[in-house]
Write a protein that binds this ligand. Structure first.
Ligand code: TXA
Ligand code: MG
Length: 345
């Protein structure tokens, strides 16, 4: 177990001395967890292979899974990536800083441990003031996957990130909740047609307004062993709580009755059953019910936290309502399907 420097920092009143302390840890090759607007990130110097390696160790993550490189200044993209065309500029202008990551051809300065042996690099400029300040003060490119142990839901709040990662990294900055709650959109701009490798905070509808044609990597939409995910991260079991998750298809009107029957059956077998649903349905279910919010943005914000809360309640099975596959709903359904291992009822 490592000695971890843990500090609360107020994003509206940033203590720059503290940020500098964490910046120094990064500069010296250490690991620091920091808040972003999407989820908490586990940072290390992206151009220092020894430092980047520590990320994989802390997460227990296979090292063929490439890391996102975070920058605090758009111009920095030129130091690590090539093929920066008009499309890249328009996405950066419109959505950075913010929840979108762009995949580009990498420059040789990016070590293969960071790029997962690919010839590309994923770059993002986050909008969270603490993330921006930390990257600037560190003076390095900050590689940063989500700050969870590999396979678990990404942490979006102080308590969960601390519980899971204290002792595994050199520093943790506690900076409040992540307000998007799901990870960034990963957009591949290395080919002719912009391709979404992971749906996220910026939606396909938003991107089409700026880029025209945008497609989704088919590996995201269906479970098919023959389709190889272009974002290697998408091939692993992910976002999984300890409980077994099932998604409830909402095709028929009586889905609420259907679920309550399943809850009864589960309880008879001595199991603890959790339900995740829209707030308006909260009172209709039996079992341990967590309302995810009133609209899709609230559901995105609450989803990962709810999965972790179900673990804390010791739930054995979770039934989750399904959500409309539009806007941020696409990212919500992608994460839910992964958490459920493609199991529907
Ligand atoms: O919102 C986010 O993106 C958060 C915060 C911390 O910025 N980070 C994050 O990183 O979610 P991570 O490592 O958990 O997920 C990165 C995803 C993975 O699915 C990975 O395979 C994909 O991006 N990726 C990274 N580099 C890539 C590349 N060169 N080509 C294709 N996919 C890449
Ligand atoms: Mg992740």
């Amino acid at each position: 177990m490592k000695k971890t420097l843990v500090c609360k920092i107020d994003k509206n009143n940033i203590d720059i001395d503290k940020i500098q302390e964490f910046g120094k840890i990064l500069k010296n090759g250490g690991t620091v967890i920091f808040p972003t607007e999407t989820v908490y990130g586990l940072g290390a110097d992206a151009l220092n292979d020894k430092a980047a390696k520590k990320i994989y160790e802390a997460k227990g993550r296979p090292s063929d899974n490439p890391l996102i490189v975070h920058i605090a200044d758009k111009e920095k993209i030129h130091e690590i990536a090539t093929n920066i065309d008009e499309r890249v500029y328009s996405v950066m202008d419109k959505f950075w800083p913010g929840p979108i990551t762009i995949v580009l051809k990498k420059k040789t300065i990016v070590p293969s441990i960071t790029s997962g042996n690919l010839d590309t690099v994923a770059v993002r400029m986050p909008s969270h003031p603490i993330a921006i300040s930390l990257i600037k003060e560190s003076g390095v490119f900050v590689a940063g996957p989500s700050a969870n142990i590999s396979g678990r839901p990404s942490p979006t709040d102080e308590e969960n990130v601390y519980e899971e990662m204290n002792g595994r990294v050199d520093g943790i900055i506690l900076g409040g909740d992540s307000n998007v709650g799901l990870e960034s959109t990963v957009l591949d701009l290395t080919g002719d047609i912009p391709t979404i490798l992971r749906p996220g905070g910026v939606t396909i509808e938003d991107l089409r307004e700026v880029l025209g044609e945008v497609v989704i990597d088919p590996a995201i939409l269906e479970k098919n062993e023959n389709i190889i995910a272009k974002a290697p991260g998408m091939k692993y079991t992910h976002y999984a709580p300890k409980a077994e998750v099932f998604i409830v298809k909402k095709y028929d009107e009586d889905y609420i009755d259907k679920i309550n029957k399943l809850v009864d059956e589960g309880i008879k077998e001595g199991k603890k059953i959790g339900i995740m649903c829209l707030d308006k349905n909260k009172d209709k279910y039996k079992g341990e019910v967590i309302g995810l919010g009133e609209d899709l943005n609230e559901v995105a914000y609450n989803l990962f936290k709810a999965l972790r809360e179900m673990d804390k309640k010791g739930v054995d099975i979770i039934y989750s309502e399904s959500f409309e596959n539009v806007g941020i709903g696409q990212a919500i359904m992608n994460r839910l399907i992964k958490a459920a291992g493609y199991k529907f009822v």
